[in-house]
Design a protein around this ligand. Structure first.
Ligand code: GLY
Length: 411
């Protein structure tokens, strides 16, 4: 099987690495990829937001499967364009990707499916902010109502901060989504979905704040661990039965069946799981940890999802133990990150490139906010942490920072 992975981050690097372990995968391509993916796949330049450009590349490379990593191409219909050429695509149609692309659509689907989620309200006029602040919070949860790569969310007990974020969004011409605060630890559950068949992966937890102890602003994600030792037995089945299957069935009922990876972000409250958000693709950086434990061939699982034969896929096999991802971020991230600094020590297994480039002198340098994702695997969470942080010790990048407490609370 010849596979093309679309995207350029640590998630795509980890997907390619897991695909490279699948004997049925004979050729791997990435577009645009990154310096890390170039080691295990052939990188190709592409405008990943253009369905025609991606489909042309897939045809030229005669691939059997295109795996679309990020949400933006999915929301723009890149999977539809690939399928229109008769090539299998892993990833939902533009219509089904609205589960992530439009919060209003997601809320409507959840209401129809009877799935618990936060109350919400879209505010599109500065004059309405104060009344909305009175109705919601404290704690206030204020989101960018469009795709914002996780960075458009402010969760705060500080009314002035909440007000400022809402005002900033509106000034930028973006509606602000006010949500009621959902209590309880968060779980990311990724499910392969082909219409109504749902196959969950191992549950994971993301660490969104930049600093240790969940301090500082939200980021695209500073680390993750999997599985979750504190999650009650049966919780994954409960989430699949009460959240993911009803939503998948509702999408089928609306004529927009979901095919790909449906990511349920949940708060595990006293009353059971409630949905914080749905995403239409693998989560980043949880995927890097989850795939570190996968023993089944990933190519076969993605192809079965794309081809609508997920019901025939043998149960997924996982290695015992735990995995964690720690994100190494550039100086000043999540503000404007410093770029162009030399990186050394990054060429070992379990180190995934997220924001790197090769400079004119052929040196590996930083090129983004989240630069590397370092995955540790071990017989338990403590061992996985030891593995990841030992790798981080060997990586040098001036001014970089990382959280030292990924997975720590779960211990
Ligand atoms: N881990 C958060 C996300 O992928 O959106």
């Amino acid at each position: 099987m010849r596979v093309l992975v679309i995207g350029s981050g640590g998630r795509e690097h980890a997907l390619l690495e897991a695909l490279s372990r699948d004997d049925s995968v004979t050729e791997l391509h990435a577009a645009p990829g990154n310096p890390g993916t170039a080691v295990i796949a052939t990188n190709h330049p592409v405008d990943q937001t253009s369905g025609d450009a991606v489909a042309d590349l897939a045809e030229k490379l005669a691939v059997d499967l295109v795996v679309i990593g990020p949400e933006v191409p999915l929301v723009l219909g890149v999977a539809d364009a690939v399928r229109a050429r008769g090539i299998s695509a892993f990833g939902p149609s533009a219509a089904a990707a609205q589960i992530e692309g439009s919060k209003a659509f997601a809320k409507d689907v959840m209401a129809a499916a009877g799935v618990r989620t936060a109350d919400s309200e879209v505010v599109d006029s500065p004059a309405d902010i104060d009344a909305a602040l009175d109705r919601f919070g404290p704690t206030w949860v204020i989101k960018d109502d469009g795709l914002a790569a996780g960075k458009g969310v402010v969760v705060t007990a500080d009314r002035a901060e909440a007000r400022a974020h809402a005002a900033e969004l509106l000034e930028a011409g973006r509606p602000a989504l006010f949500e009621s605060f959902l209590d309880g630890p968060e779980v990311s559950l990724f499910c392969l979905v082909d219409g109504t068949t749902v196959v969950p992966l191992l549950p994971a937890q993301d660490h969104k704040r930049v600093g240790d102890g969940d301090s500082g602003p939200n980021t695209g994600g500073m680390g993750a661990y999997s599985p979750l030792p504190w999650l009650l037995p049966g919780a994954v089945d409960e989430i699949v039965e009460t959240v993911v299957k009803p939503v998948a069935a509702e999408l089928v009922r609306r004529g927009v069946p979901f095919s790909g990876l449906l990511y349920a972000g949940l708060a595990m409250g006293a009353d059971g799981p409630a949905v914080v958000e749905f995403n239409c693709r693998f989560g980043d950086p949880e995927t890097q940890a989850v795939l570190g434990l996968l023993e089944s061939p990933l190519g076969a699982a993605l192809a079965a999802t794309a081809d609508g034969t997920l019901a025939d896929l043998p149960p997924l096999r996982w290695r015992d133990g735990a995995a964690i991802t720690v994100v190494l971020a550039a100086e000043n991230y999540p503000g404007t990150p410093r770029k162009g600094d030399l990186i050394t020590g990054a060429d070992e297994p379990g180190v995934y490139h997220a924001g790197t480039a090769v400079d004119a002198g052929g040196r590996l340098v930083s090129a983004g906010g989240r630069v590397l994702n370092v995955v540790g695997v071990g017989d338990d969470l403590a061992a996985a942490r030891t593995d990841a942080y030992a790798k981080l010790e060997r990586i040098k990048l001036a001014g970089s920072h990382f959280r030292t407490d990924i997975g720590h609370q779960a211990l």
